[in-house]
Design a protein around this ligand. Structure first.
Ligand code: UDP
Length: 413
């Protein structure tokens, strides 16, 4: 009998980061029935990202409502998923990252005693309000999850520090590296013509940036284009109404600042590859840029992704106008360092090696009591082994002692 595995997605980054895993799990169709469940927390961006990977949700809760609060999303998400779990009885529910949809999925799974596996587990800033609400979402999901797929060594350490059982953690690398490396030649064609040959690609959408922070960021971008005629800015504007309004008010009709609607994943990857520098508050972009050898200035006070610092490609500057102007100014004249250092077969990328979905699939099969096929050529059980790290933690993983969740689930529903 095939086992039912759910992958739950609510927003664009989850779709991008789970897409390679859904595709990989679906290759096990003799043994697994993999269903893609959308909460629809973000409607348009989610559908677009799924379409980029030729995926469509098997079931959609259609949660997005005008003016929805986090509490609305959580409450409706838990209730909707709860009903669906009772009907479909998945053997394992998988969620990725830190959104309220994932918290809803982990909570609904817990109430039904269904095991929940967390992809991209263990990222922490240590500040419960930054990023908000994502940091606390991650902590809570970590308590609820049965399996933890940690992308980096640091993430494993964070989980161990919180008392998560070592046997429930697998070091996998981040599936975003699988995603970006899986793009074909589509990601080499720019979707628009940049105003100047060299440009800065900017994204800014975090909740905690509304108000003063966003003013500082906009003011820095205006100042940079004023100072340098060879510099332009391309900024895909996130549909979040608060951020969108502020960015359009401040940056509309400015010379060499191009505000565009969000673009599909392949187009965004092309914009990243074509840029001289990236300025972002996005978590995913911080991981993707080192995966394609691009430098990134992070406009956040704190980041849960510090591994990129060691490559010299990632710099955290906060949201102060002058600090951002100085950082871009300093890097602008050193373009030779911005590309080609990291990639398949080149420099070690701190976030993954493109095998995360394979590792997760093998761990899922193992957890469900199904023997994985022999490992594919070039595959290493853990990501640290792949990096040849002598302090790696290849002893972690696959030895699950806690199967109570599944047995409990059988009797609870
Ligand atoms: N992205 C995209 N189109 C865009 C802007 C971003 O496909 O116009 C991708 C980007 O490559 C990354 C993800 O969306 O993988 C980031 O999403 P977001 O910034 O919404 O979330 P976060 O990464 O902060 O969780």
């Amino acid at each position: 009998m095939r086992r039912i595995v759910w992958c739950v997605v609510g927003t664009r980054p989850e779709a991008i980061k789970l897409a390679p895993l859904v595709s990989r799990l679906r290759r096990e169709r003799d043994r697994l029935e993999t269903r893609l469940i959308a909460t629809g927390q973000h409607r348009e961006l989610l559908d677009r990202a799924l379409a980029d990977f030729d995926l469509r949700a098997d079931y959609d809760l259609e949660l997005m409502k005008p003016g929805q609060t986090l509490a609305d999303v959580l409450a409706a998400g838990v209730a909707g998923l709860d009903r669906l779990i009772a009907e479909d009885r998945p053997d394992l529910i998988i969620g990725q990252g830190d959104t309220t949809s994932v918290l809803a999925a982990a909570t609904a799974a817990f109430y039904r005693r269904a095991p929940f596996a967390h992809v991209e587990a263990g990222l922490r800033t240590g500040d419960r309000y930054a990023p908000f609400p994502e940091e606390m979402n991650r902590v809570l999901i970590g308590r609820l999850a049965t399996l933890h797929f940690a992308p980096t060594h640091q993430a494993v350490d964070n989980l161990l520090l919180e008392g998560i059982a070592r046997s429930s953690i697998v070091l996998t690398g981040n599936t975003v590296v699988d995603a970006i490396w899986s793009l074909d030649s589509r990601s080499n064609r720019l979707p628009i013509k940049p105003p100047t040959a060299a440009y800065v690609l900017v994204t800014a959408h975090r909740r905690e940036h509304q108000g003063e922070h966003l003013d500082q960021i906009c003011s820095a971008l205006v100042e940079l284009t004023r100072r340098r005629v060879d510099l332009s800015v391309i900024l895909p504007v996130h549909p979040n109404p608060a951020v969108r309004g502020a960015l359009i008010d401040r940056l509309r009709d400015r010379e060499r600042i191009l505000l565009i609607d969000p673009v599909g994943y392949a187009d965004f990857a092309a914009l990243m590859r074509g840029s001289r520098l990236i300025v972002t508050d996005s978590g995913g972009v911080q991981e993707e840029a080192p995966a394609i050898g691009k430098r990134v200035i992070v406009i956040r006070e704190r980041t849960e992704r510090r591994e990129g610092f060691e490559t010299g490609l990632v710099k955290l500057v906060g949201c102060d106008r002058d600090a951002l102007v100085d950082a871009v100014d300093e890097m602008w004249d050193r373009p030779e360092e911005t590309s080609g250092r990291i990639g398949p077969g080149r420099f070690a990328n701190p976030y993954g090696d493109g095998w995360a979905s394979e590792r997760i699939t093998r761990a899922v099969l193992n957890f469900l009591g199904i023997e994985p096929e022999p490992a594919p050529a070039g595959f290493h059980e853990t990501w640290d082994e792949r990096r040849g790290d002598p302090n790696g933690i290849s002893n972690i993983g696959f030895a699950y002692v806690d199967s109570g969740g599944m047995n409990g689930y059988e009797s609870a529903v």
